[in-house]
Ligand binder design. Sequence first.
Ligand SMILES: NC(=O)c1ccc[n+]([C@@H]2O[C@H](COP(=O)([O-])OP(=O)(O)OC[C@H]3O[C@@H](n4cnc5c(N)ncnc54)[C@H](O)[C@@H]3O)[C@@H](O)[C@H]2O)c1
Length: 250
Amino acid sequence: MKLKGQVAIVTGAGRNIGEEVAKLLSSEGASIAVVDLDKARAEKVAGEINAAGGKAKAFICDVAKEVDIDATVAGVAEAFGRVDILVNNVAISDNKHMLDITTEEWNRTIAITLTAPFLFGKYAAKAMIAAGNGGKIVNVSSTSGYYGRNRAIAYTAAKGGVINLTRSMAIQLAPHKIRVNSVVPNKIGSPVGKDDFDPNRPVKNLVGRPGLPIDLANAILFLVSDDSSFIVGSDLFVDGGCSTLMPGNE
Ligand SMILES: NC(=O)c1ccc[n+]([C@@H]2O[C@H](COP(=O)([O-])OP(=O)(O)OC[C@H]3O[C@@H](n4cnc5c(N)ncnc54)[C@H](O)[C@@H]3O)[C@@H](O)[C@H]2O)c1
């Protein structure tokens, strides 16, 4: 077991990618804080992990609220005694053109997709430093953080921010033995904000199928385990190779 005795916070763990990450880290011995705004989803995932012999607790938290983040990290440290791993997974997409998005929609997307990973990172890092065991943080970005899109504006800006946030976090937390990296997925499971997985979701990548949540969970497990102990501040593409394709020259 790669994470025996460690405690992992997974945000947005109520479904899709976050759920898979929570279950995979549990199967490697970590105790899991299943963080989600949706109580029923969080409790279901935590219940399934416990029923499978793991250790998990649901934490209901709106990552748009700093008080919730502060209380959640404190609650995890109290319930499990320490914090070793943070997976900043929650995001929402605006799916808007810049001429149509309202300032309120822009601010909410940035708050949940960019500010929340910063704040969760800040509070979790303080808990890791207090425990004195170092730690690992993975921020979930997106290929939307590397490229412009016609149907999203705040989401693409936020995800680009997550990639460079990761680099500064990695530099600032390295003295505390906290390793920070990001993952850069494309089309994994159901689209962001949706429930239904379409295995025939159209993709243009080198593998020829959409990603499964386990594809990203495996990459995140690698980045939070000692297998990646020399990898810091990097952005790992988990996109079936779609980013290597030059548009118009396939
Ligand atoms: N699904 C994809 O194809 C894809 C592609 C690229 C990147 N990503 C990234 O992967 C991550 C996970 O995506 P997903 O598709 O699994 O998302 P999802 O929409 O399926 O699940 C997100 C979870 O976060 C929860 N949540 C939403 N707002 C919240 C809030 N304010 N506070 C707490 N919890 C909240 C939801 O209840 C839900 O359970 C995101 O960062 C996303 O940007 C996904």
